[in-house]
Ligand binder design. Structure first.
Ligand code: FES
Length: 153
């Protein structure tokens, strides 16, 4: 049986009906068709599904949608200010080649923005520790750190 859920996603308000067992990740991808948020492992190990809830990063595969009732979600689709403009972190990832295949990139960027916002970007070591939950199979870590450092400075 479905239950009601109110959610703001990327500034848009939704009134939804969801199965209680639906994860936030599946809700975003399948019900709202916001497929920028990726499903890597689906059990909290890879970070591909990282989004912001009320400004804090979260693995969207690890939380039920109903637990986020009334909250504000930001996904990679909602990060840029709009129009043709990218978010500065997106620009920095392009400039520093912070990806190869790109599958982990939305999650990396959501974490990278949170890394600075939450004050964990003062040194390379701090950045690497904060970003350690975001796995990149292509091994673009050095370039991702460089992108974060550029936005921070
Ligand atoms: Fe959520 Fe891997 S899909 S952490």
């Amino acid at each position: 049986e479905k239950v009601p859920l109110k959610l703001a996603v990327n500034g848009k308000r939704y009134k939804l009906q969801v199965e209680p067992r639906t994860t936030l990740l599946d809700l975003l991808r399948e019900q709202l068709h916001l497929t920028g948020t990726k499903k890597g492992c689906d059990y909290g190990q890879c970070g591909a599904c990282t989004v912001h809830v009320d400004g804090k990063r979260i693995n969207s595969c690890l939380t039920l949608a109903v637990m986020q009732d009334g909250k504000e979600v930001t996904t990679i689709e909602g990060l840029a200010p709009g129009g043709d403009k990218l978010h500065p972190m997106q620009e920095a990832f392009i400039k520093h080649d912070g990806f190869q295949c790109g599958y982990c990139t939305p999650g990396q960027i959501m974490s990278a923005v949170a890394c600075i916002r939450e004050g964990h970007a003062d040194s390379e070591g701090e950045i690497r520790e904060y970003m350690s939950g975001n796995i990149c199979r292509c091994g673009a870590y050095t370039n991702i750190v460089a992108a974060i450092q550029e936005v921070k400075n």
